[in-house]
Design a binder for this molecule. Structure first.
Ligand code: AKG
Length: 396
């Protein structure tokens, strides 16, 4: 992708300009971001997904002016003439190649931030009410029309006691009716409310995750705990070796010097000191943070089920194909940092060599690419395992 090329998707500005001017800063309404846009799935297919118990869905409607919400799966869904309802289906990219391909248009933003494609369908008047999100979102109108009102009010207090987050006071600054192909980018904390105009409204939300500081701290500490386990030999490092060289720690606290006590409820000084000593021995470095982030951010959704490989048999270990390509399954997540490579929640047992970085960035790798000739035996063996697991597929 040429990051300086003006794109209709971003209102005829380049990814570089969009990121500099709007990302995390201010809303942007883009008319005909995708001219002639055709929805990746039909309304009937969205309803069908909402009937499945391995798909997350919600139905939102109002009854006598009161907000109501129910979680799927749904055996029955309302008809268009049954009032103003909205059906939202989460992570459609896991279930539809076309929805997953739509997500690829936004890969000028790091995959580490990309979350999912949510699709909503609504009857006339349907919406989820005025609210704000703590993440960035591109709202792409896929079918029918929706009126968006939005703004950047400071007061984000919520109505108490409701089944969904509704702003107490909504003070929109802008208003626009979006037609198919139009898109609205909203940064975190932007107040917004979208109401379907007419039946057959479909809106696609391409959402971006943003971890809280607490999540990052907890994750890093958990990874550090694994580091301690590796030191005491209870857990291997990423390639089976201890994660860190250095003094071997005892697996459990020992206190051969503990004198008899007359105050048994008092916490022993030695235990407090040993706790602090353990933390002092931890190495909070780039490798640890990358390992935590790489594994955590590539963890497949608990709703992801990989299909057994089908189609052409290929032996990546013994007989590398001269033609064809390897393609990452739409459910697979792959990231790298330096030589560290992560796929579907695991540290790969091979370094992130050029060919594997191409597979991660392009989500596909031509077998004839010169970098493939330099793949090590371990790398080929990993690729063969991923093929068996359905994480990648071979296309002739
Ligand atoms: C959001 O993704 O934040 C929305 O407001 C989408 C609501 C909808 O699609 O009805």
């Amino acid at each position: 992708m040429n990051l300086d090329q003006a794109l209709p998707l971003l209102g005829n500005q380049s990814p570089n300009d969009f990121m500099r001017r709007y990302w995390q800063r201010k809303p942007l309404l883009i008319r005909q971001a995708i001219p002639g846009f055709k929805p990746p799935v039909t309304i009937a297919a969205v309803k069908k997904l909402a009937r499945r118990d391995d798909v997350e869905s919600r139905l939102i409607w109002r009854e006598n002016g009161e907000w109501q919400m129910e979680n799927g799966p749904f055996a029955r869904l309302p008809k268009d003439d049954e009032g103003d309802w909205t059906l939202l289906v989460q992570s459609v990219d896991l279930h539809s190649d076309a929805a997953s391909e739509l997500m690829q248009l936004f890969r000028f933003i790091p995959d580490a931030r990309l979350d999912d494609v949510m699709i909503s369908i609504a009857s006339h008047g349907g919406g989820v009410g005025p609210h704000f999100d703590s993440y960035d979102v591109f709202l792409l109108q896929a079918a029918g029309e929706r009126e968006w009102r939005y703004g950047r009010q400071k007061d984000l207090s919520l109505e108490p006691g409701l089944p969904l987050k509704i702003l107490s006071r909504f003070e929109p600054e802008e208003k626009a009716v979006l037609a198919p192909g139009d898109m609205l980018y909203l940064p975190p904390q932007a107040a917004h409310d979208g109401v379907a105009v007419g039946d057959g409204c479909m809106t696609i939300s391409i959402g971006f995750r943003a971890p809280t500081q607490a999540t990052l701290a907890r994750g890093l500490l958990e990874a550090a705990a694994d580091q301690v386990m590796a030191r005491v030999g209870l857990l291997g490092g990423p390639y089976g070796e201890p994660a860190l060289p250095g003094p071997k720690l005892s697996a459990v606290y020992r206190d051969p010097g503990q004198p008899a006590v007359g105050t048994p409820a008092a916490l022993p000084d030695a235990l407090v000191a040993a706790t602090l000593e353990t933390v002092e021995k931890l190495r909070f470095d780039d490798a640890l943070a990358s390992r935590f982030l790489g594994c955590w951010l590539t963890e497949p959704s608990n709703l992801s089920v990989f299909d057994a490989p089908e189609g052409m048999e290929v032996d990546l270990e013994e007989d590398w194909p001269a033609t064809g390509r390897l393609v990452l399954d739409r459910r697979s997540r792959m990231l790298y940092r330096g030589k560290q490579l992560f796929i579907n929640g695991e540290t790969a047992m091979t370094p992130a060599d050029a060919a594997l970085r191409t597979l991660a960035d392009a989500r596909s790798l031509e077998c004839s690419d010169p970098s493939c000739a330099r793949l090590s035996d371990e790398a080929r063996s990993c690729l063969a395992d991923w093929l068996d697991a359905g994480w990648i597929r071979y296309e002739a």
